[in-house]
Design a protein around this ligand. Structure first.
Ligand code: NDP
Ligand code: GDR
Length: 371
């Protein structure tokens, strides 16, 4: 039985990857952070009591800022594959906490690689690094592929650039099987609530049920190549099953704007929006409603506005990936379109919003966190 260790197992990708590897028959170990409240919601459904017969999913307390902890877990688990998905992954937050972001995302990767080497596991343990399209930042070429030069535009992207190169360096220096998946944005109903797609699907679902009045966004012109996390974790595993380690771009090859994602999400609720105005004065107004999903809305309501608080000190305006290498060398292709993904996210958030609205209508005190 192969053993895998996943950092960031409690995150979006970590949870899908853990499911995927368990289905493949792996013994899966994940690192979770100590928090003052439960943070395992995304993996609770696959949690196994250690007292059960033959458990194959284990969680260990740990942190990418703690070398001795990482070394001890690696020593105990002796994994065949390490997936380094743990990170302070929010680009906007990285401008607020640049030093912490560098510590976790850049030096955390070094700590893991060095611990593998220190323990003499460099010939046994394969290493996957969660690299990112944010490395391209101020894009030098359209679409972006493995050979496109990097120009990171945030403390997050700069930290991830270090992680990218230190993985390459350990491959070249010590013959480690280390590879980078340069993943473009990927989303799902498990996406963190403050990333733009989830903020939109959740925000509009809440508004449709009268739980919120208006969704405030930043740059609606930003263009992204959005895929589904389920498709992308499959590729993370495929990258570690080759004879020689290589880096791959993972993307759909299509892009839409934040504004278009708002429209798609509203359509899934039966709501047609019209965008009026420019820059900070832009708003989205309801012009038609079909079906009975948006009971709290009327034609003429303004439900999306711009709040400059969400603008970033340096923005990545456009990203579009070229996944040709992944298709040709690994036979990988995304199976879920952005429209299907958006519909899944909206339906998930709508079901939750309806539950909240029902509780509220029966006098329960339901508050909805908003960012
Ligand atoms: P999430 O933000 O959903 O998950 C991040 C995970 O990292 C969480 O489990 C989080 O724990 C954990 N984590 C945060 N800080 C630390 C720390 N100090 N020590 C240990 N673990 C920590 O990210 P995604 O699942 O979306 O992304 C996975 C990885 O892929 C990340 O590295 C991200 O930067 C990268 N990436 C993501 C893309 C995307 O579009 N989703 C695209 C390209 C790259 P907790 O649950 O406690 O917060
Ligand atoms: P990104 O994702 O920065 O691409 O990083 P995010 O969803 O945060 O932003 C995408 C684009 O939308 C614009 N935007 C807003 N973003 C947020 N979060 N909130 C808003 O209100 C808002 N309004 C407009 C942003 O400015 C940006 O242009 C994600 C993360 O998962 C990274 O970890 C990963 O490396 C990259 O994707 C690929």
């Amino acid at each position: 039985m192969k053993k895998a260790l996943i950092t960031g197992v409690t995150g979006q990708d970590g949870s899908y990857l853990a499911e995927f590897l368990l289905e493949k028959g792996y013994e899966v170990h994940g690192i979770k952070r100590r928090a003052s409240s439960f943070n395992t919601e995304r993996v609770d459904h696959i949690y196994q009591d250690r007292h059960e017969e033959n458990p194959n999913f284990f969680l260990h307390y740990g942190d990418l800022t703690d070398t001795s902890n990482l070394t001890r877990i690696l020593k105990e688990v002796q994994p065949d594959e390490v997936y380094n998905l743990g990170a302070q992954s929010h680009v906007a937050v990285s401008f607020e906490a640049p030093e912490y972001t560098a510590d976790v995302d850049a030096i955390g990767t070094l700590r893991l690689l060095e611990a593998i080497r220190f323990l003499g596991l460099e010939k046994k343990t394969k290493f996957y690094q969660a690299s990112t399209s944010e490395l391209y930042g101020e894009v030098q070429e359209i679409p972006q592929k493995e050979t496109t030069p990097f120009h990171p535009r945030s403390p997050y992207a700069v930290a991830k650039m270090y992680a990218y190169w230190i993985a390459v360096n350990y491959r070249e220096s010590y013959g480690m099987y280390a590879c980078n998946g340069i993943l473009f944005n990927h989303e799902s109903p498990r996406r963190g609530e403050t990333f733009v797609t989830r903020k939109i699907t959740r925000g509009l679902a809440n508004i449709s049920q009268g739980l919120e009045k208006c969704l405030y966004l930043g740059n609606m012109d930003a263009l992204r190549d959005w895929g589904h996390a389920k498709d992308y974790v499959r590729m993370q595993w495929m990258m570690l099953q080759q004879d020689t380690p290589e880096d791959f771009v993972i993307a759909t090859g299509k892009q839409i704007s934040v504004r278009e994602f708002v429209s798609l999400s509203a359509k899934e609720l039966g709501v047609t929006l019209e965008f009026i105005g420019e820059g900070v004065d832009e708003v989205a107004t309801v012009v038609a409603i079909e079906g009975d999903n948006a009971q709290a809305l009327s034609v003429g309501d303004v439900i999306v506005r711009v709040d400059p608080r969400y603008f970033r000190p340096a923005e990545v305006e456009t990203l579009l990936g070229d996944p040709t290498k992944a298709k040709e060398k690994l036979g990988w292709e995304p199976e879920i379109t952005v429209e299907e993904m958006c519909a899944e996210m909206v339906q998930h958030d709508l079901a939750k919003a309806k539950q909240h609205a029902l509780l509220k209508s029966h006098g329960y005190d339901v508050s909805v966190s908003v960012e």
